[in-house]
Design a protein around this ligand. Structure first.
Ligand code: ATP
Ligand code: MG
Length: 432
């Protein structure tokens, strides 16, 4: 029992049985995420793994899956209710307010880290999973929506994942949503008996949540539900039109999905999702986001709007693997030092240290057999093996073997450092 990890969680570990749990692919993704964040001028925010529960209950909203059933909530030793973060938008906005971000006209932040949800574990759905996301806080402007959406698509281009569909919708303002909710209530009331238990309750408390239901019967009923687009006021219509025009002018293709409402209450106006075009499962959403006008205020800040998106890294990684996107393997080792006795190893130690300080990766073989040492060196994809035996050491020599050309020569130990320097081996090479 003790050696098992918690259900719905996983290790990212070298040589893992599951290819998507290999750290090399996580690094590949991380590097691209950091690159795209820098390209668009985003700075990183890191927040604690847990928050006061209120940060989520106040923001995600009644009848959201998160608040209803997915939060890991516990009391600490002083009976304060804390929750492991199920998402990062609310914590990042909390941090933005707490760190004086509101004095800036526009704040652009990105985040990356684990989130926790008591979801039913299955492919693409875990209890600890990872998100990368961005938030632009300070201004509501269709230009910002366009930039954020185009950044998301640029990111997927950089990843080499192109079989995706961008879904967009406008869910209007809080005011227009009230009229829409009324209309939805009278629509769903006709089907009340056919709705899932969850949706029967949602009908009383938050009928828009039914549109986000994953239940197949609910989904069928949703097909004929009234469209929010018929309820938008002029401001929201103008905003949505400007977003669509901007996307058109950038040649970005999208599908308008009037049933896309997003699972959290704090969104308004533009909402969007990027889904896998080739996957019809309930786990086909790679990334999702939208505008939130009331969130900063809800968390105790000024009345400042924002927009953001978040993507699930596990789903992206699994997709990368399914698409066979070529990923450079772990960095090879430049110099592999094989000392054939404890004395020889001790002697080689400073040479390895010196190579590393000069920027070349180096490792020392832990055994004393030359055959095993060379085998290990090629497993590690080392470029050069430096071999030292007791006799050679006495004579002041060592061997250096080029593992690519298989050439081997004997050189004086006194010139080993300068010899290594001439090799000028790059420690880490990877393609992007
Ligand atoms: P879903 O509809 O799949 O439950 P969601 O609407 O709950 O997703 P968001 O809160 O929008 O998801 O989170 C953004 C992204 O995080 C999702 O699009 C998905 O890629 C990922 N994600 C959400 N929940 C999980 C989970 N339990 N395991 C793995 N990834 C997840
Ligand atoms: Mg969910």
């Amino acid at each position: 029992m003790l050696k098992k990890r918690v259900k719905g969680c996983f290790d990212i570990y070298p040589g893992s049985k599951e290819a998507w749990q290999d750290p090399a692919i996580w690094k590949y993704l991380d590097d691209i995420l950091l690159k795209v964040a820098a390209l668009y001028g985003f700075r990183e925010a890191r927040t604690p793994s847990f928050e006061y529960t209120e940060v989520f209950t106040r923001t995600s909203g009644q009848e959201s899956d998160i608040v209803n059933k997915e939060m890991y909530t516990f009391l600490d030793k002083k009976d304060r209710s804390l929750t492991l973060r199920p998402e990062l938008t609310a914590p990042v906005i909390r941090a933005y307010i707490e760190n004086g971000g509101m004095s800036e006209s526009l704040t652009k932040l990105f985040y990356k880290g684990p989130c926790y949800r008591y979801d039913r574990p299955q492919k693409g759905r875990y209890r600890q999973f990872h998100q990368f996301g961005i938030e632009v806080i300070g201004k509501k402007d269709p230009m910002i929506d366009i930039e954020v959406i185009s950044m998301l698509l640029h990111l997927f281009d950089m990843l080499g994942l192109t079989k995706t569909t961008l879904l967009i919708n406008s869910i209007g303002s809080i005011k227009t949503r009230a009229a829409y909710a009324k209309e939805l209530t009278s629509f769903y009331s006709k089907f009340e008996n056919d709705l899932s238990e969850d949706s029967k309750r949602r009908l009383k408390t938050n009928p828009m949540r039914i549109l986000d239901s994953k239940d197949s019967h609910d989904k069928k009923i949703n097909e004929n539900a009234p469209s929010i687009l018929d309820f938008l006021d002029k401001e929201s219509i103008d905003h949505f039109n400007a977003v669509k025009e901007g996307l058109d002018s950038l040649g970005i293709q999208y599908k308008i999905d009037p049933m896309l409402v997003r699972g959290l209450d704090y969104y308004n106006d533009t909402v969007f999702e990027l889904i896998r075009s080739d996957d019809l499962s309930a786990q086909n959403t790679l990334a999702a986001g939208g505008v939130y006008s009331g969130l900063v205020k809800l968390l105790g800040g000024k009345d400042i709007p924002g927009i953001g998106f978040a993507l699930g890294l596990e789903r992206v990684i699994q997709y990368l693997l399914e698409e066979n996107v070529s990923i450079a393997k772990a960095a090879p080792i430049a110099f592999y030092f094989i000392g054939m006795s404890t004395e020889c190893k001790k002697y080689l130690l400073p040479f390895a240290a010196s190579a590393r300080r000069k920027g070349s990766s180096a490792e020392l073989f832990e055994g004393t057999s030359i055959k095993a040492g060379l085998k290990k060196a090629s497993e590690k994809r080392a470029r050069y093996a430096i071999i030292l035996g007791d006799d050679e050491k006495e004579n002041g020599n060592c061997k250096i073997k080029d593992l690519e050309t298989r050439e081997e020569k004997s050189i004086p130990l006194s010139s080993l450092i300068s010899h290594l320097e001439t090799k000028n081996t790059q420690p880490f090479t990877r393609q992007t």
